[in-house]
Ligand binder design. Structure first.
Ligand code: DQA
Length: 146
């Protein structure tokens, strides 16, 4: 089973329209198409989920357990304070990779901390949409046991 789930949290449905100087001009749909293309060439099955609602993200993480080999999550602002999402990640056995488009360490102080990083397999941030593509590569390495 080589299945990777990409989960996006609040406001990421507005990529392309939202603060494009920080998050880029591309929509989430366009970014997901690039991820799909790369996954196809690497024989990885992928799925996408986006929600602005914390509980839906938690339900999605619970449902991913046993169904996917790796989950990639951009938790949006929830990453900075949602202990409930942290607990959901800790509760499941599928490895989770945290991603952010922007370099959160170089932004406002309240974005420096992530409450989910410690329960994730790893973290990638600061590369714009390439953060997702790098996470797919990291997921492939995890699936190969590298
Ligand atoms: C973000 C960074 C968060 O601080 C912010 O709240 C977002 C997007 C990113 O991808 O850079 O919504 O997760």
């Amino acid at each position: 089973m080589r299945r990777v789930l990409f989960v996006n949290g609040p406001n990421l449905n507005l990529l392309g329209k939202r603060e494009s100087s920080i998050y880029g001009e591309q929509s989430l749909t366009a970014i997901n198409a690039e991820i799909s293309h790369k996954a196809n060439t690497e024989n990885i099955l992928i799925d996408f989920f986006q929600s602005n609602i914390e509980g839906e993200l938690i339900n999605c993480l619970h449902a991913a357990d046993g169904e996917f080999s790796v989950v990639v999550i951009n938790p949006g602002a929830y990453g900075h304070y949602s202990i409930a999402i942290r607990d959901a990640i800790a509760a499941i056995s599928v490895p989770v990779i945290e991603v952010h488009l922007s370099n959160i360490a170089a932004r406002e102080e309240f974005r420096h901390a992530s409450v989910i990083s410690a329960v994730c397999a790893g973290v990638i941030f600061g590369f714009g949409k390439n953060s997702y593509l790098l996470a797919l590569e990291a997921a492939a390495m995890l699936m190969e046991g590298k």
